[in-house]
Design a protein. Structure first.
Length: 285
């Protein structure tokens, strides 16, 4: 039987702490931290993510503005909005909900956000800072994964961590964070041969594949720590599920996260932490 690490529990602890900090900061700086979220179109998943971010802000006491724009907004119009927000001294964080409609280049949009307000940590400046070990904003999901491992007191140093997935938003940055914590990291992807042979050598598996119940028991060695980043729909039940087949893998793992209630709540919590970080830097300038 594995110990289930609750990202939800950790998120509650972190959010309660932030709630108290925001009250103190607001007294000191005479204004609340302010996060602006831009939502283009009405993709249901995006609407739900944006709603979740708004609720988290409300819970913690962070001011939240959501700018909703129709699907047919031009790239130029969107860039103008971001430019205004970059220059608005009452705004601490800017987040553009992805994906964007096909006629808008997401790289151009992300690159237009001033790095000091890039709460998602997606701007090349912040990405480079992570790789160069310089101060910058670390993207939320990878940061949340490390916080979850620390919460469960899992030793990272010297361990073999196998990351399945090499995306810019999860696989690559979490691999770098694990490396910085002195893990030996193997990054796997869709062209990896003998994946199960590799994952079976892992002390820590990070599954960021985007395929429902992809990681099975025969891919995991006894006592491994299994972190499930995936957010998928189970084709038969229609319910939310991860990249790990929880029922199959849980008996073999020592620690495991669940979907929902694992990494998801920590991603939003880290977004709030990043917003506070941007605000504090902004106030201390
Ligand atoms: P992504 O951009 O689609 O990347 C998926 C990665 O998995 C790619 O690197 C891909 O390899 C690899 N892959 C695909 N099939 C594979 C296979 N058969 N064997 C080994 N590797 C394979 O996805 P993502 O954005 O990283 O997200 C991954 C999952 O995490 C998704 O379910 C997403 O919804 C979820 N997610 C959750 C949160 C959260 O807050 N909980 C945040 C972000 C993402 P190639 O590079 O070779 O194509």
């Amino acid at each position: 039987m594995a110990i289930v690490i609750s990202g939800k529990e950790l998120a509650t602890i972190r959010r309660n702490k932030m709630k108290e900090e925001v009250i103190e900061f607001a007294k000191k700086y005479s204004r609340l931290p302010h996060l602006v979220v831009i939502l283009v179109g009405d993709n249901p998943a995006s609407v739900s993510y944006v709603t979740g971010k708004g609720k988290a802000c409300e819970e913690i006491g962070i001011k939240n503005t959501t700018i909703k724009k129709p699907e047919n907004i031009t790239e130029k119009e969107l860039l103008e909005i971001i430019d205004e927000l970059n220059n608005d001294s009452t705004v601490d964080g800017i987040l553009v909900q992805l994906p964007l409609p096909k006629h808008i280049n997401p790289d151009l949009v992300i690159n237009s956000i001033t790095p000091a307000k890039d709460v998602d940590g997606f701007h090349p400046f912040n990405v480079a800072s992570l790789y160069l070990k310089q101060p910058g904003i670390v993207s939320c999901t990878p940061k949340g994964i490390i916080e979850v491992l620390d919460f469960a007191n899992i030793q990272i140093e010297g361990k073999h961590a196998v990351v399945i997935g090499r995306s810019n938003i999860v696989g690559m940055p979490v691999s770098k964070l694990l490396l910085d914590r002195n893990a030996t990291v193997t990054i796997c992807h869709s062209r990896t041969k003998n994946l199960a042979e590799i994952t079976k050598t892992a002390d820590i598996i990070i599954a960021a594949v985007g395929k429902a119940k992809f990681v099975k028991a025969d891919m995991v060695r006894d006592g491994a720590v299994v972190i499930d980043v995936g957010v998928n729909r189970d084709e038969t039940t229609g319910k939310l599920c991860g990249d790990v087949d929880f029922k199959d893998v849980e008996p073999k793992a020592s620690y495991i996260t669940k979907v929902p209630g694992g990494i998801g709540p920590m991603t939003i919590t880290c977004l709030m932490e990043n917003t506070l970080e941007c605000y504090l830097k902004h106030m201390e300038e």
